[in-house]
Design a protein around this ligand. Sequence first.
Ligand code: FES
Ligand code: FES
Length: 161
Amino acid sequence: MTEVTMTVNGKSVSRPVRGNELLVEFLREQLRLTGTHVGCDTSQCGACCVHVNGELVKACTMFAAEADGAEVATIEGMANADGSLNVIQQAFQDHHGLQCGFCTPGMVMAAAALLKDNPTPTEAEIRHYLQGNICRCTGYHNIIKAIMAASGQDAGKIAAE
Ligand code: FES
Ligand code: FES
């Protein structure tokens, strides 16, 4: 076991970790931050997306020990300070960008990373950016609408399904 220290959603945490412990296991099992989901064992689904030092990362592809000293953000840290939904979360709600919700934390984290670098992405740019996030329910259409709306653009202008 190795002791790691990282900042998760603004709070410093230190825990012993196994050498092969994944960041997603650390977040879910040690910190009980179960909003970060595990939807595959092939690094394809994106349900485990978090931010590490401001970059979008699939938390199943990184060892916890590799995040030693890092700033990690998860879906639990995305709400506004008063507990209300942030603009992306609210847009997913308003535009029905989720059904079962399993993919949603990863989608929101991916959307936040996209909008940080590209505040007004085109529909094509959103679709391209989300290629690492799989949704089994929505057909993606309303997810794209939600991200368009969260970026202040007209969600009604995206192509028909
Ligand atoms: S659980 Fe990480 S990509 Fe599927
Ligand atoms: S809402 Fe069910 S997997 Fe996306």
